[in-house]
Design a protein around this ligand. Sequence first.
Ligand code: ST9
Ligand code: ZN
Ligand code: ZN
Length: 339
Amino acid sequence: MEGVKKRNQEVIPTKDDTNILETDSGNATESDAEEEVTVDNEEPYTRDIVWPNVYKFIILHSLFFYGLTFLPSLSVTSWIWLVGSYWLAGLGITAGAHRLWAHKAYKAKLPLRLFLTFANSVAGENSIYVWSRDHRVHHKCSETVGDPHNANNGFFFAHMGWLMVRKHPAVMRAGQKIDLSDLEADPVVMFQHRHYMKCFLLAAFVLPTVIPNLFWGESLTTAYFLAVVRYVSVLHFTWLVNSAAHFYGQKPYDTNMGPVENMLVSVLALGEGFHNYHHTFPYDYSTSEWGLKINLTTGFINLMSMFGQAYNLKTASPQTVAARAKRTGIPELTRGFKA
Ligand code: ST9
Ligand code: ZN
Ligand code: ZN
């Protein structure tokens, strides 16, 4: 399978590695670069299926398919609501959990952090704290047994199978070495973490069922099933970044890694399909060198920056990108070459 490496006993590089530039170490954050993590891909491990999660996903997808039958007769207002709530939930993951909290790619004032925490609760993909912890481990141990959704285990495991089995012990060990002090110091993140189930049920299902009914008379049943359709869709659009964007696409910046550039994923995941770039320069708030191209999330962060809500936006310079592509990638596929 193209781009997926099999590696045995290995050391995940730190920023001190001589052949890794400090600015493009691949670690999720600068502080992660301090810790060295060793994983053994041959470590014995028996997969333990978590059946309640399997049943949960079967029920959820059954509700989703039934929910699709409501779409043909939907009013324009409810269609706008459905797409708007998909974008809202999506931004809670992309601009919030991913770029702000997991990668510290920019900083955000309190009102924006509150908004993104609410949006994140609409998405319902675990608390920001748990999501960011797993995601930092994903970057640190990408495509090894230490990666929670290790693409070496196949498309389905990377997509959603990993949410139905106990984690590999290497994931837990790697996670214990990840610095989470920034998340623990953010009271908004920790509030959501402590009250996660209440935040999730209220933001993802209760409000989206009640609001359309109160404001434009949509039936409670239709509004509820729209929430299910939105929830499952956003889950799959997110999961595609772990699956499709680790399998199908080009590798302009680093041909030695699994993650690829996948434009369909970028459309569905609001700009998160530039995954070869993102794994090479994880600190870049735009997750791409192409600016606003297929990147609604970058547009949103830029807008927030105009209002002073987002600041300290980090990017990789064109020189850094060009040097890295020359060393490990395919420069002809990069923006600098095409411009
Ligand atoms: C969901 C998450 O869908 C999706 C994440 C996707 C990430 C994508 C990233 C791609 C880039 C961004 C793109 C965005 C695109 C967005 C597009 C939008 C339009 N380190 O987990 P447990 C320890 S969620 C250190 O239960 P098990 C820790 O002590 C869907 N330690 O492990 C922990 O306790 P606590 C809805 C760790 O038992 C304890 O172990 N949610 C780490 O193996 C137990 O942890 C679900 O379906 C670590 N990394 O169970 C829930 N991990 O947490 C599914 C664990 O208290 N999850 N520890 O500190 C579960 O049920 C379980 O996690 C499990 C594993 C069964 C999968
Ligand atoms: Zn990835
Ligand atoms: Zn990331």
